[in-house]
Ligand binder design. Structure first.
Ligand code: FAD
Ligand code: NAD
Length: 446
């Protein structure tokens, strides 16, 4: 079969662009070896945020302990997991149906390049004028004895019962988010982190505040410890040893030490597509070292955050390029959120970066303290904003239960370089969190 464009993968890095191209009259196929719709929909964001819901609710209720609420409900994990299956499982077929309406073919199986115009799936070959590698990432496995005894994020999001105790190796996004969920669901949780801090990339103070909050709830952290071996005990538990000589014991061990590009057995070497340890190399048009082959999403070797919205942005951009766009890709600021309890978020220039530059100022706004009638006793809620000498917003870090909504509200303020008047000439609903924070920020703009 001859196509105009074949996407390898069917996640956000693929299907948005595929849809645009098909609607523009191109003959398009997606090749998918697992569930259609990729990681975010099936094994990532969507399932995660659904399972986090009751944990978030309990976290909110805690703010009212002693001031109107005295009991916290329990999470019935098997019931919640059944609900997750009910909501998440049909999404894949739903997307497949939607894509077929646009005339997009979905080919099931593992794709491997034969040459720069041909790809094989099992015994069948398909040709295309252009290809997009959108194969994402897979969970990393530590190269240690007993690695096969550890579990990954996909296993966690499918747990039929919540183990009594869990060890997370690492304290990045996945470990911190899942540890919060597991703890709320009754598990005794320990995180063992190789570095000296959690949530690298987020504001240091806010990341430390989240760790302190999690510790206060009873979650254990061990920093500066490299896990060296995992052993199974006869009673079904596991021992986790570190190079520093510390031993931990738990019913379930999660390897949450990062993710690596899905480029094995794709045949990249044979056709000359270059890659490094981070993924496929691309130019500023997302073109690989082979002119008719592009790459999109998590599989790219890039400094930009590997997130669903960035994968979606790249997918849209590639569709435009394949339809004649000449301009190089220009990323707007990328907001990112760790769905811990409390949440932390970051967009644009970080406060750490700003403190090293004379032309930037960091302003702290402890809005949780200032707006206690509204912030549900979430008194730690706070923002650090970065403004330049022209008093324009360049970045912001924040902590608090409503950080996900606030960070998104700040995206246009940064991208469109809003002035004070741009904000003050609009009416925002009150007492919504964004309706409080935006006018506060306006005071610091010109
Ligand atoms: C647990 C977890 C939680 C996350 N939470 C968030 C969040 O809250 N917010 C956020 O923005 N991001 C989140 N992410 C990141 C987000 O899921 C990814 O950035 C996003 O899915 C990337 O999309 P993609 O299309 O590049 O890759 P994927 O969605 O991984 O899609 C790649 C697809 O390619 C297929 N594939 C691979 N190799 C082949 C092959 N050779 N042949 C055929 N098919 C192949 C795979 O099966 C997969 O379906 C999370 C990730 C995880 C793991
Ligand atoms: N909310 C979100 O947007 C979200 C949520 C989950 C995942 N993601 C995506 O998934 C990616 C992967 O997440 P992740 O949490 O697996 O990776 P990560 O890179 O965020 O964190 C991995 C952590 O493991 C630690 N580590 C590495 N080797 C170790 C060892 N031997 N012993 C102990 N600790 C060790 C690292 O120091 C790091 O802190 C993220 O970078 C992001 O792109 C995003």
């Amino acid at each position: 079969m001859m196509y105009d464009i074949i996407f390898i993968g069917s996640g956000h890095a693929a299907w948005h662009g595929a849809q645009t191209l098909a609607r523009a009259g191109k003959k398009v196929a997606l090749i998918e070896e697992n569930k259609v719709a990729g990681t975010c929909t099936n094994f990532g964001c969507n399932a995660k945020i659904l399972l986090d819901g009751p944990a978030e609710m309990i976290h909110h209720l805690h703010h009212y302990h002693g001031v109107g609420i005295n009991e916290t409900p329990d999470i019935i994990w098997p019931e919640l997991m059944a609900y997750k299956h009910q909501v998440i499982d049909p999404l894949s077929d739903g997307l497949a149906r939607m894509l077929s309406v646009d005339g997009i073919d979905i080919i099931a199986g593992h794709a491997q390049f034969v040459d720069t115009q041909t790809i094989s799936v099992g015994q069948t070959t398909y040709t295309a004028a252009q290809f997009v590698i959108a194969t994402g990432q897979k969970p990393a496995k530590l190269p240690i004895p007993g690695a096969e005894l550890t579990h990954d994020s996909t296993d966690f999001l499918d747990l039929p019962d919540m183990p009594k105790s869990m060890v997370f190796i690492g304290a990045g996004y996945i470990a911190m988010e899942f540890a919060s969920i597991a703890h709320a669901a009754g598990s005794q949780v320990t995180l063992i982190e190789y570095g000296g801090s959690a949530l690298n990339g987020f504001d240091k103070l806010y990341a430390e505040t989240v760790v302190a909050d999690m510790r206060a709830k009873g979650i254990t952290f061990a920093f500066n410890q490299a896990v060296s071996e995992v052993k199974a005990l006869d009673d079904g538990q596991y021992v986790i040893e570190t190079s520093q000589g510390t031993r931990f014991q738990a019913d379930y061990v999660m390897d949450t030490t990062g993710r690596t590009a899905n480029i094995d057995q794709l045949g990249l070497d044979s056709i000359g597509v270059a890659y490094d340890r981070q993924g496929v190399l691309v130019n500023d048009h997302l073109q690989t070292t082979v002119h008719n082959i592009y790459a999109s999403g998590d599989v790219i070797s890039k400094s930009i955050a590997r997130l669903t919205p960035t994968a979606t942005f790249e997918s849209h951009y590639i569709a435009k390029v394949l339809l004649g766009e000449k301009a190089p890709i220009r990323y707007p600021v990328v907001p990112t959120i760790a769905f811990t309890l409390p949440r932390v978020a970051q967009v644009g220039v970080t406060s750490q970066e700003a403190t090293m530059r004379d032309d930037l100022q960091v302003i702290e706004i402890p809005y949780g303290q200032m707006m206690r009638f509204q912030t549900l006793n979430d008194s730690q809620a706070a923002l650090k904003i970065v403004v330049n000498t022209e008093k324009k917003l360049l970045g912001a870090a924040m902590i608090g239960d409503f950080a996900p909504e606030i960070v998104n509200a700040l995206v246009p303020v940064i991208n469109k370089q809003y002035t004070r008047d741009d904000i003050q000439s609009q009416i925002f609903a009150f007492p919504a969190h964004t309706g409080v924070v935006l006018p506060m920020i306006a005071n610091y703009l010109d």
